[in-house]
Each structure stands twice: as C-alpha cells, then as structure tokens.
Ligand binder design. Sequence first.
Ligand code: ADP
Ligand code: ZN
Length: 740
Amino acid sequence: MDGELRRVDDLFPLDAPYERVSVLLPLPLDGAYDYKADPAWGLERGAVVEVPLGRRRLIGVVLGPGGDDVAEDKLRGVIRAFDVPPLPGTVLDLVDWVAGWTLAARGSVLRMAISSPGALEPPPATQVLTAVPEAAWPPNVRMTPARRRALAALADGPALEPRDLAREAGIGPAVIKSMLEAGLLERHDLAPPPPFAAPDPDRAGHDLTGEQAAAAEALRQAVADRAFAVTALDGVTGSGKTEVYFEAIAAALAAGRQALVLLPEIALSAQWLERFEARFGTAPAVWHSDLKPGVRRRTWRAVAEGTARVLVGARSALFLPFAELGLIVVDEEHEPAYKQEDGVAYQARDMAVVRAHLESVPVVLVSATPSLETLENVRSGRYRALHLHARPGSAVLPTVELIDMRRDRPERGRFLAPGLVRAMRQTLDEGEQALLFLNRRGYAPLTLCRACGHRLECPNCTAWLVEHRLLGRLQCHHCGYSGRMPKACPSCEAEDSFVASGPGVERLAEEVLSRFPDARFQIASSDTILGPDQAAEFVRAVNAREIDVIVGTQIVAKGHHFPWLTLVGVVDADLGLAGGDLRAGERTYQMLHQVAGRAGRAERPGRVLLQTHVPENPVMAALAAGDRERFLEYETEQRRAAGMPPFGRLAGLVVSAPDAERADLAARAIARAAPRIDGVAVLGPAPAPLALLRGRHRRRLLVKARKDVNLQRVLRDWLSPIKLENAVRLTIDVDPYSFL
Ligand code: ADP
Ligand code: ZN
C-alpha cells in the first residue's frame, strides 16, 4: 500500500466490482460482519479497516473473505484501509485462543490488540526548507534584507523547519511564504526519525558465574532453535536472573528477532530500564496503560514495523503486533497482577505461553518463587527448569526470624514488637536502612464508633472505608468512593466518637516518627508514589541514603535493589492468610519471600523479621527455615487432595444486579440449569464476599471440575442458552485468582 488513505463513499457504487470481506469489530460480539471492498485494495487477512456500523464508523480487522448470506443490497462498503502492516496471523490466532479460553467475545479480545487506534494514521510529516541555488532563481527576484538573512541562515547549515528558520533569521512567516512563492525556498517532507534506537547485543554484560553462564547458554540455545519451548528460570532473589535473560535477549537481537519482556508493574521499574540501558546502550520500547497517546501511537507502529526491537510492558503488551518476535520473557511470573480481572479475564503469563506457541518461539518464565502451576508443569516435563542457587559475589541470602506476637507484644496502640524495634535501632545506629512492610494503604483499615461500635462502611460496597489521614478523607478501595469523616456517628449520633482500628502505612509511619524522631522516613504506597518519575526519585533518594526508614506496601516488595537496606520488618505477616482464597498461602509465601529478598543484596548481610500470630503455620515455618521445598510439598499436597488448581479446574461465575432480588433470581435460575456431569461440581449460589460492589448486588457460583474435563465446553453449553434480563450481568472467570 502507498501512503495515501483510500477513501470510498460509504455507499459503495453498485455497479463496481467488489469482493466480500469478513470484518471483526472491537465490540462485545463473537461474530464478524461482511462488507464489500474494492478488490484492487487486496485486503488480506489482518488488514485494518474502517467500516460503517449503524451510524457509527468503527475500526475493524479483516478475517478473510466474506460469506454470501448477506443480500447484496444490504452489504455496506469498507470506508478505508489503513496504511499499517496487517495484524500478524499469530495475533488473530491469539485473539481466537484467548476468546475460546476465557469465554470472552472475540471482539472484546480484538479490542486489546488494536488498543491504539491513533497508531493507524500515518505519523504527521515534518516539513523543512532549503534555499534554491542562485543559478536556479527565476529572473528579476527582489532581494530584501529579511530574505537575505533567511538565505544566509540556510547557506551553511542543515535544512530547517519553518519555525526554526523564522527564529534564526529573525523573520516572520509572511517572508517565508513570499520566498516560497518567489521560488527562493523549497519545501521538503522529512521522514520522521525512527523512534527507537536499536539495542546493541554485542556490548559486554557482567562476567557471569558458572551457573549463570550455563543458564544463559541454555537460553541462547533455545533462541537459536527458533522453536516453541517453555523454560522456568528459577533462582533465588538476587541470583542474577535478569542478567541471565538479558543474554537471551541479546541472542534474539543478534538473530534479527524482536524480544518481548513482560513485567508486572512496569511503571515502577525505573531500575530495570536503567539496567537494560547499561547493558544494551539504549532504552527499550515501553508499553503500559499510562503512556501518553503520542508515545503509544509511535510504539504500536514501531512494534508492527519492526523498528522497536525490544519492548518491555505490562500484560497488555502481549497483544502487540510484533513483526518478527523471537523471544518472550515473563519476569516475576508468579505475580497475581498477571491476571486481568476486569473485562476479558485472562492470565497473561499463560497466554504468553500460548503466544510463544503460536509464534514458535521460546518463552522464559522467571521467578524466585515460581507459581505452583509452573512448578507442576516442570514436574510433569512440559516445561524445562534452569536453577540459580546463589547470589553472585559476597551477597548472601538474608536470615529470616519470626516474632511471635502472642509473646513479644507491642504496647497498646502500637504495632511494632519490642524485638523489631531493637533491630531497627541497631540498623539505624549502623547507618543502614530499614524497610517496614505493611500491605495496607492509608491510616487505618477500619474506623469505628467508640460509643456504639458502628463501623464506617462504603455506601456502594460491602467494604469498610479506609481512613487516609494525609488526604483527610475516607476512601473505599473497591469503588473509589471518597468522603469526609462524619462529625457524629450515623448510628448513635455520638460526636467525635470515631477511633481508628488497626494500622495502615500512615499510622505505622506515625509510630516510626515517635520512636525514632531523628530517622528520615518515607511512605511508599500507590498514594504517595504516583507514576514512574516519582518512583525513580524514590529509588534515587533511597540509594543516596536520604531515607533511613521506608514504610511501604507491595509496591516496594519486588525488583528494587537497595545496597544499604539490611533490615526488613514485616509488620503483619498473617495479613494475606485470611480470606479463604485458594492461593492465600502461596501468595503470602511469595510476597514475603520477595520482600525478604530486598534485604542484604550487597556486601552487608540482611536480616528479616516477620511479626506473626501463627508461627506454626506452614508458610511461616517454611520462611523461617528458608525451606521452600517444604512449603511447596505441603501446599501441593493440600491442593492435590482438594482437587484444586493445578490439579483440578475452576471457574467463578458472578451474577450481579442493581437489586438483591433480581440477583438472587438470576443466580438461582443459572444454578438450576447447571449440568450434572461426572467430574463437575457446582457450588453456590451464595452472596459474594463483596456482596455489594459499586452499587450492584453480587452472587457467586463456583464450578469445580476434574482436570480432564473440557471446562469451557461445559460452561458454553450450560450458559449460552440462558437469557438474562437487561439489568442482570453474568461474568465468567475461568481459573479465577480473586474470590471476592
Ligand atoms: P535477580 O533478577 O535474580 O533478582 P539480578 O539479575 O537483579 O538478580 O542481580 C542482582 C544484582 O547482582 C544486580 O545488581 C546485578 O547487577 C548483580 N549481578 C548479577 N550477576 C552478576 C555477576 N555475574 N557479576 C556481578 N554482578 C552481578
Ligand atoms: Zn465502595
């Protein structure tokens, strides 16, 4: 295709020859629509087009030739085809795969693949001006001082944009216009510079240790094989997993292929980007939901055209139209953030494996605490594993100790046990840094009335309001509701009777301030660190030792490397264990292990103290003993015995409606229609733990199936015939991670 947009009238000329094409639209629909198009356009599968639908114009993707079931006079015409490479077949196949797996509509999945519609327009051309040589001037040109200055400015320099010429020559736009008309200046279109420099695979990385070198060689080989293979890169925190997979990226680059790296919280990974730049001499392309539209456009196009060689992104990067993908890396593969909960409920790690399969390329799943799913795939031989056992150089793994909160109790209204306070004092005296980890934003998770015990709850959700004292607000972390602290209790009308119950990071910081008035502290949570710039500044301040105590939520749990951080105190190690979540134990183990991994990553040894009320719990015992295998064995046995993933299959169904009655009616109707099939059990309906969310009443059903059951087919056969009232919504979550 050339650079011109082809336009035809919405009403395709009836007598013109045409071909029928089938176009999938980014709407919550499975089916595609037929349109007619000019055969001369040669619309292939994957071509991106604009089409009319009703009175709207939509962007869609050609799936192939259309059928003949729509009458000719009903058929509407494709409005235009965009001048972008067609979406690769692998992306269209991925859309089908994800839709088939998650039971989402194909159009909803497609929407993720064409999430940057602006990228479809050609980038705006920049115009520059040059001087016409004197020999080529028309006769009798009039020369003025202003014109002379313009010619002088262009005489011994590069071509200039009109704006720059005007500034350098001190002239106005009218002069430039008249010179163009007089034939003294010439206009040229300047191709925009390629937005991403090519990373250089040949720069030297660190000298790898023996086990690192062996792992790197195995990955390089996988890249060279150009075949689908899944490798779990399983190594303790700080063992150099990143260095090792950088070698795989280098191999992909050297082979002329692109590489995709998925990270769970890309926006906060300034350190990762710096390391990449140090290794490859230039920054990678980046993809996440907060990109500015212009950057997003350029990046999408550069990936499609192959000018972006390495892209690091959050889960949605999985749907980008890589032209010549050679490698996928999923870092921190165990992270729950890879599961998208809203819209299309997909697990990006698993779909990364699918994409790698469709592309016939290797995929590397990286973690110090691999998911049980991945470990089970290693055990059964579907995935291969590479292990890194040691931190390079003198860095050693931190020691982990439990503080039994039943014995070593904090004073009333305080949250740090005497043992942890002593350790902090010692650390600060040595001039080193401490991290207090508490995965709770705000001041206090619960506010209650001292007089009657009334709890302040969100009006829209079954959830307590969280006090954010720094903002002076009460907030709901589920729906975003925000309000002021009421003067009087809404229940008993007592005035000024509210007390905070339990700690959030703000309240903990208050305790740090009162215990260590000279220590410089910083709260690190999604409320205090907004976006990549602030994250980078935070990392800089910690490394410059301008901060002594970090009071942080999960945003500090992973990835960061702070050489002076030697003490990690986990304020409530039991926090994640409650709540009846299938993965509660696993998640707690992973999270605490990651946090512990922040300590002692350089020459100074690290120490980790976990405050717990259940030191005998297998998660705590395994963490204290540094015995991952023991925990995994225990957890694996529990899951196997219960037939839970990865040994069985689950799907969550949530029925929601504006009122409880309709939610109940619909949920019961769905339950009544449930299939009676060997190996499938349907539990519920029951009110969801979040029985009210954003004003909608929610009921849950849980479908549990044996591993050999085709769960998707069972769900489709059961649920597709069911007609629901307009106000009632049913969401299906295959392999749920949230049970709220
Ligand atoms: P992981 O990804 O396993 O947590 P990293 O790759 O982040 O580990 O490595 C931890 C730290 O050790 C980083 O600062 C890294 O630069 C450094 N490092 C890793 N391997 C080596 C090596 N072979 N020589 C020197 N430094 C290394
Ligand atoms: Zn709410």
